[in-house]
Design a protein around this ligand. Sequence first.
Ligand SMILES: Cc1cc2nc3c(=O)[nH]c(=O)nc-3n(C[C@H](O)[C@H](O)[C@H](O)COP(=O)(O)O)c2cc1C
Length: 215
Amino acid sequence: MMSRRVVGLAALAAGLGAPALAAEPTTIALPPPWKSGGKPLADALWARRSTREFADTPVPIPLLSNLLWSAYGINRPASSDRTAPSWRHAIESAIYVAAADGVWLYDPRRHRLTQVVADDLRAQTGVQDFVGNAPLTLVYVADGSRLEGAAGDDKRFWAFTDTGFIGQNVYLFCASEGLATVFRASFDRAVLAQSLRLAPTKIITCAQTVGYPKT
Ligand SMILES: Cc1cc2nc3c(=O)[nH]c(=O)nc-3n(C[C@H](O)[C@H](O)[C@H](O)COP(=O)(O)O)c2cc1C
């Protein structure tokens, strides 16, 4: 069987010139995100689509930096507000990045990634064959304790709604930058929550695979 090229985020970051912080080897300091650029909005909208065939090519760290910032980064530093809206300003969403060398949590304030699990959990983020091999899957997790004002099922409703905005940011970023992506809801949330050792208040909403399209 032919072996697939597997490159983890830590190896990619090391190749960039040691953005991994010495005192915290499981942390990757992302380069500052873009302030301008990309395709005009209309061009990105014309290109937006779901793609389910991914090349093995890794997504470089500078591109991942822009991707995560576009998804849910801070666009108003004075207030730490984000590129996606949230129900009653709850800002309850978090992005976990499942890669070959583990799962990394995006910290928008410090614009960095911290490894939370060292295992390759990509296959657990979906039920379709491409999921286990595509370079990255973003897993969206809401902190239910930040949605206290919502009654009953509404908590999950707002968590999923807010995730949709992040997902569309990712779709448009990918359309702009020539990346492939698909937003996904089908996977075993209980299994993944256990592997990620999530607190019971956390709600895994959806996942979104990102990589270069297979040519
Ligand atoms: C809430 C939601 C859940 C989805 N779940 C999956 C999924 O589990 N697997 C998948 O391959 N696509 C999934 N999709 C992608 C849709 O199938 C896709 O958006 C739809 O077929 C339209 O195609 P387009 O995005 O290219 O316009 C999901 C999309 C949304 C919005």
